[in-house]
Design a protein around this ligand. Structure first.
Ligand code: 13P
Length: 249
């Protein structure tokens, strides 16, 4: 039985001071028994947030990292830096990074390999545009994204990563995929994992849904058999995140 994983992606929101105010509201109210809970916060918030969460089971995640170990990469943050300040998870290949910062499938793969090598759990994001959905190429496209992201990743390593299916048309729009739409693609992702590796790995890997998740739709989405939790943007910045984590099916 896969344990659910519910992660907040704060994106570029909250100064360290504001971050601490939000953590104070959320930290004692989210149920970490039923699901693994992660706050993926901006880099500068990581140290204070990790300190504020140290007596809880909530993990801290980053939203990006460099695929190199160290050196002349101005503006980048390495896996070792993240590990040193208590980070456990890192979002890789979010559609906003692909769209605004030219992140490619190749870079995503390099980052995934580096994160795994260093012992960080990648949350690998995939998902189609509205145009692709309308052309009925969603599953084909997402399969390619998954295969590229996991190139040279072993079965054992793949079983421990997290994939987040985030249809771009549902991100920040208030238009959530229906639970059937989300399940269809999450199940196709599990199928491609079984094809690349084996059924055991496909059964182990956790697949999240992301895109306008809120306290009212979380229960239905997370109740689907191939959806193992969520990657939550806007609603992770509000008290509604408590309703999402403490969802009822
Ligand atoms: P929203 O929940 O704001 O739609 O964002 C989803 C997302 O991009 C999480 O990574």
């Amino acid at each position: 039985m896969r344990k659910k994983i519910i992660a907040g992606n704060w994106k570029m929101n909250k100064t360290p001071k504001e971050a601490l105010e939000l953590v104070k509201i959320l930290k004692d109210k989210v149920d970490t028994d039923k699901s693994d809970v992660v706050f993926c916060v901006p880099f500068v918030d990581i140290i204070p947030v990790a300190e504020a969460l140290k007596d809880t089971n909530i993990a801290v995640g980053a939203q990006n990292m460099c695929f190199e170990d160290s050196g002349a990469y101005t503006g980048e943050i390495s896996a070792d830096m993240l590990l040193d300040i208590g980070v456990k998870y890192v979002i890789i290949g979010h559609s906003e990074r692909r769209q605004y910062f030219n992140e490619t499938d190749k870079n995503v793969n390099k980052k995934v390999l580096k994160a795994i090598e260093k012992g960080l759990t990648p949350i690998v994001c995939v998902g189609e545009t509205l145009e692709q959905r309308e052309k009925c190429v969603t599953v084909d496209f997402v399969r390619i994204q998954v295969k590229s992201a996991l190139k040279d990743v072993t079965a054992e390593q793949a079983g421990n990563i997290v994939i987040a299916y985030e249809p771009i048309w549902a991100i920040g729009t208030g238009v959530t995929a229906t639970s059937e739409q989300a399940e269809e693609v999450c199940s196709a992702i599990r199928k491609v994992i079984a094809e690349i590796y084996d059924l055991d790995t496909a059964d182990k890997i956790r697949i999240q849904y992301g895109g306008s998740v809120n306290g009212s739709n979380a229960g239905e989405l997370f109740g689907m058999s191939d959806i193992d939790g969520g990657l939550v943007g806007g609603a992770s910045l509000k008290e509604d995140f408590i309703n999402i984590v403490n969802y009822q099916e």
